[in-house]
Write a protein that binds this ligand. Structure first.
Ligand SMILES: NC(=O)c1ccc[n+]([C@@H]2O[C@H](COP(=O)([O-])OP(=O)(O)OC[C@H]3O[C@@H](n4cnc5c(N)ncnc54)[C@H](OP(=O)(O)O)[C@@H]3O)[C@@H](O)[C@H]2O)c1
Length: 266
């Protein structure tokens, strides 16, 4: 189905979990999925506000804590009976700057959130899908940095490359258990992460100009556009893949939206 022309009520009542839903892309995805009538499980370290008028389970969860992620999945299943779509969106960009100057503790924290957090969320959702009938869509939010080396972003490039391989592996491991996995690169989405990028010196991040230009041109992908892509390309693919028994394309890139966003680096 073409991006933009579908029945928005088709997913009413389905259940989506979004990590990192307190702000930025995650909060925007939550608002869009709520407008489709989906029920939501939302978490971040700061407890997210559920969209008004939407059935939601919200909690303060640090994705580096496997037990907390599992417990949250259990709370959502207890409230709604099942989870159809799980989006590992929580992520950080810092530390930015030459690796030779990086604080080892900051590197450790980055890897814990961006890699371990995605491993924990993916594992929790896979266990859930195994335990109930039908398929489920796993979406791990990636980035153009997974495949392009950006000076100043050693940790981020490494962690997003890892996110893509986690997605490739779990897509294969779980293909006979109903889980359909994707790594989705959303394009440039205006958020606190973009504010951080734009405020970085060219000495720490030589490509900062490129992101300043995206802001000047307002050439962002909106969270609503990313949400629509995820619903059409990931959730609907999973619903249609009941016994696919193989893996299709795992790594997806959200195309430029109506605002004409340039291809993503973040
Ligand atoms: N913005 C872009 O242009 C862009 C482009 C490509 C990819 N992405 C990816 O999109 C995702 C969202 O980015 P964003 O731009 O929306 O960033 P953001 O505005 O900084 O939001 C990040 C979210 O992750 C949560 N988070 C951070 N650490 C966490 C932890 N340990 N446990 C649970 N939640 C945590 C934050 O909430 P708390 O601080 O309250 O925990 C927040 O809700 C990230 O994976 C990012 O790499 C963004």
């Amino acid at each position: 189905m073409a991006h933009g022309s579908r029945d928005r009520a088709a997913h009413a009542g389905q259940v989506a979990v979004i990590t990192g839903a307190s702000r930025g892309l995650g909060a925007g995805l939550a608002a869009s999925l709520a407008s489709e009538g989906m029920r939501l499980g939302l978490c971040a370290r700061t407890r997210p506000d559920g969209p008004v008028g939407t059935e939601s389970v919200t909690a303060s969860v640090d994705v580096t804590d496997a037990r907390a992620v599992d417990a949250f999945a259990g709370d959502v299943v207890e409230a709604f009976g099942r989870i159809d779509l799980w989006v590992n969106n929580a992520g950080v960009l810092a530390p930015i700057g030459p690796l030779a100057e990086a604080d080892p503790d900051a590197l450790h924290r980055h890897i814990d959130i961006n890699i371990l957090g995605v491993l924990h969320g993916s594992a929790a959702f896979a266990r859930h899908v195994r335990a109930r009938p039908g398929t489920g869509a796993l979406v791990n939010i990636s980035s153009g940095a997974a495949t392009n080396p950006y000076e100043g972003w050693a940790a981020y490039c490494a962690s997003k490359a890892a996110v893509e391989m986690i997605s490739e592996v779990i897509a294969r491991e779980e293909r006979h258990h109903g889980l359909i996995a994707f790594a989705v690169s959303p394009g440039v989405v205006d958020s606190d992460m973009q504010v951080l990028i734009r405020s970085t010196s060219a000495g720490s991040f030589p490509q900062v100009d490129r992101f300043l230009r995206v802001q000047e041109d307002q050439a962002f992908n909106s969270p609503a556009w990313v949400a629509q892509f995820i619903v059409e390309q990931c959730l609907e693919a999973a619903i249609g893949a009941a016994t696919r028994g193989g893996t299709g394309t795992v790594r997806l890139r959200v195309p430029p939206g109506p605002g004409g966003a340039r291809p993503s680096a973040t």
